[in-house]
Ligand binder design. Structure first.
Ligand SMILES: [Zn+2]
Length: 268
């Protein structure tokens, strides 16, 4: 019992000292596992994923993924620099790969490691549709949502294993947090609040990248129609419901355009 109490107190102490401010939301977020530990794991897992999957190179579609990805990355950097967060992305190593797979899916691992599946392209339809999805996935990475999920796992472990503060399980926790253990590359769904944050940040990024944010609601309508009630893993999100998500995106589009105008984007 005594050990258990100590570990709970320790967990709270860690909570107090291990919070980062999220530049996109202004909220304090949990960061028990620092990016200096997460990013090398992420890069290694990403390379493993690429070597075990069918990466598409040299096609117009593969070039489109790289092109949209670069524009979203540039938009992220411009936004962060303009808001006093120079250096926030200094350990990022952006990469954008198209993988031949029928799954309607895409994800961005920590440090800007992006995969788009060919199965997503018919629903994305064009660059703007792809920018909606890539903006959303990049937003999860920028807001360190995976890091927060890892930190939550650490806390659960601290609570469960009385007196144990061993952090050497990071690799395992990383795999669990990113769903890379048994089903490689299948991102677990994020929480409702993280989904909503990613939608909003993603909308701003796509607008700064010069894409029309009105396309976001259209993309999710197509996604909803395609899913026939069964949505794919990361986009599964019964939270937020498709309807709430579409309403939110429509309501935020004007704001995203206004933000983009500050960066010299005049037409969408
Ligand atoms: Zn998401």
């Amino acid at each position: 019992m005594k050990w258990k109490n100590s570990s709970i107190i320790l967990a709270f102490l860690l909570l107090l000292i291990s919070c980062n401010k999220n530049p996109f939301t202004g909220k304090k977020t949990l960061a028990l596992v620092p990016n200096s530990e997460i990013l090398p794991m992420s890069f290694q897992q990403y390379n493993e994923f690429l070597s075990n999957n069918n990466v598409v190179n040299g096609t117009a579609e593969a070039r489109m993924v790289k092109n949209v990805g670069q524009k979203i990355a540039t938009a992220s950097e411009r936004w962060l620099n303009a808001n006093g967060y120079e250096g926030y992305l200094e350990n990022y190593k952006w990469e954008y790969n198209l993988v031949k797979d029928d799954a309607v899916n895409a994800w961005c691992m920590p440090g800007g490691k992006i995969v788009v599946y060919t199965g997503l392209l018919p629903i994305a339809q064009d660059e703007a549709g792809l920018a909606v999805v890539m903006g959303h996935e990049v937003a999860h990475a920028l807001a360190n949502h995976g890091q927060q999920r890892m930190s939550a796992s650490q806390l659960q472990q601290l609570g469960a294993v009385a007196g144990s503060v061993a952090f050497e399980e990071n690799q395992q926790i990383f795999s669990t947090a990113y769903g890379l253990g048994t089903q490689v590359g299948v991102m677990l769904p994020f929480s409702r609040s993280h989904e909503t944050e990613a939608d909003k940040i993603g909308l701003t990024l796509m607008a700064i990248a010069g894409y029309n944010p009105d396309e976001a609601a259209e993309l999710w309508r197509r996604m909803q129609k395609n899913s026939g009630g069964q949505a794919p893993p990361e986009f599964l999100s019964t939270h937020p419901s498709n309807e709430t998500r579409i309403n939110n995106l429509e309501a935020w589009a004007a704001e995203a355009k206004a933000e983009a105008r500050k960066y010299g984007v005049t037409s969408f």
